[in-house]
Design a protein around this ligand. Structure first.
Ligand code: ZN
Length: 442
């Protein structure tokens, strides 16, 4: 063993004691190589042991394309003061905020200094018919293709005949671009080009069902991107977790993966006993709780700590998709909840602990331009490596605790991490969740 002695260079007086730098470490002699090897052997150290490369060295990716602002509402009577909530400016508000924060290098909008590792732009491409039809049926594709040749009145009439959607001459191409952007960003993360990424896209997608657009959504971007990754990277994307924190239930995503055990869909949404959009019982899975509105940071964090993360860790995904609506954000009139940007950062941070940090954030809803921009910035800073801001500890609301007690009791029947909350459950009778297949299409 090498001998070392510790000798103060100067006598420690009271005012010098705090300066530890005044102490030097002096080795008596350089130990022979054999002694070093013996020391390493004692530690069980093998020289050729592989050290994982740092994923944090990879950039965070983003996509934004001005063409995704072309989809807009045609029916805007002159006397109407309000814009449609799914406003083309939504994605610009987010992009502008990322530029102003120095995360994106834009010659016009970036005014402050760029961060040392800015975001990498992922080029956007149109989703193909084959990609769209991984989720939607041919009839849906044909119906949307047909809108390209419609006259203005026909486009307005078609929107009126459906559930909460509008159309213009650019809708079809814009929706293909939105799905295509989600695909390219997901591919960039799955292939290891970037460590994680955010897709700033519109129209949103999580309400669009196999055979119909609805709820401001044309094509289901997150589901399409997930299915493309499963097909392109069957080994790397064997299990995918989709967390949907939009304030509305993502009926489209739930429907797309209902029969796929390799994809776990977790949605946090307001339900109000079936009265909140998209209405009905589909979002009240197993009828657990009323899902009242008005939730805030403490409620979301409690849900994450008590249910989302235990189940997510047990599922152990290869890739995480976030259907990131920001309509539960503080300031969003439509959502009626109070989630702050700091809370979104914490939720992102927790999800980053999964899947080697391979997470894709894909914009869904969120209608207050300032709220969505601030929330998306907090999420993107966290993706890029910034620690989430400090949050004051507050107790969750009684309505949240009541709902989550019911959720845990129900989920405990399926997940070992929550079994203790299920009355009469016996953990020894619970089989580990291994019903997902070895390869996706296997
Ligand atoms: Zn929403």
């Amino acid at each position: 063993m090498p001998q070392a002695r510790f000798e103060p260079q100067v006598r420690a007086t009271p005012d010098l004691i705090q300066h530890a730098s005044h102490l030097s470490i002096e080795a008596s002699s350089k130990p022979p190589q054999s002694q070093v090897q013996a020391y390493l052997d004692d530690l069980g150290y093998e020289e050729d042991e592989a050290i994982e490369p740092f994923r944090s060295e990879l950039p965070t990716g983003y996509c934004y394309d001005v063409r995704m602002r072309y989809h807009c509402e045609l029916d805007t009577p002159k006397d109407r003061r309000d814009y449609h909530p799914e406003d083309p400016r939504r994605i610009f508000a987010i992009y502008k905020m990322l530029c102003e924060a120095g995360l994106v290098d834009d010659s016009v909008l970036t005014k402050s200094a760029l961060v040392s590792r800015p975001l990498l732009q992922i080029q956007v491409d149109y989703a193909t018919e084959a990609e769209i039809e991984l989720v939607h049926d041919k009839r849906h594709w044909d119906l949307m293709t047909g809108t390209k040749g419609f006259a203005k009145e026909e486009l307005i009439d078609m929107g009126m005949s459906l559930d909460s959607v509008y159309f213009c001459g650019s809708t079809f191409e814009n929706a293909r671009l939105s799905a295509g952007a989600a695909i390219e960003v997901a591919r960039a993360v799955a292939s290891g080009l970037v460590k994680n990424a955010i897709a700033i896209v519109r129209p949103p997608g999580h309400h669009a069902e196999a055979n119909r657009p609805m709820g401001f959504c044309i094509f289901d971007n997150v589901s399409i991107a997930t299915k493309v990754c499963q097909a392109d990277y069957p080994e790397r994307c064997r299990k995918v977790l989709i967390v949907d924190w939009d304030v509305h239930h993502g009926n489209g995503i739930q429907q797309a993966f209902e029969s796929d055990p390799n994809v776990l869909y977790i949605s946090l949404h307001v339900h109000e006993g079936g009265n909140f959009y998209p209405s009905g019982n589909y979002g009240d899975h197993k009828h657990v709780g009323l899902g009242d509105g008005g939730m805030g940071d403490a409620d979301y964090l409690y849900a994450f700590q008590q249910v989302v993360m235990p189940i997510a860790q047990e599922f152990d995904p290869d890739l995480v998709m976030i259907a990131a609506g920001f309509d539960a954000a503080e300031g969003d009139q439509l959502g009626g909840c109070f989630v702050t940007p700091a809370c979104y950062a914490h939720m992102t941070h927790m999800l980053k602990s999964l899947a080697d940090g391979k997470i894709i954030v894909c914009l869904e809803g969120g209608y207050n331009l300032r709220s969505i921009a601030r929330s998306a910035l907090a999420v993107t800073r966290t993706l890029n490596g910034e620690p989430p801001p400090r949050l004051e500890a507050r107790p969750p609301s009684p309505g949240c605790v009541e709902t989550l007690t019911l959720v845990k009791s129900e989920m405990g029947k399926h997940w070992r991490s929550l079994f203790e909350y299920t009355k009469g459950a016996n953990v020894w009778e619970l089989q580990p969740r291994e019903d997902w297949s070895e390869t996706h299409y296997g």
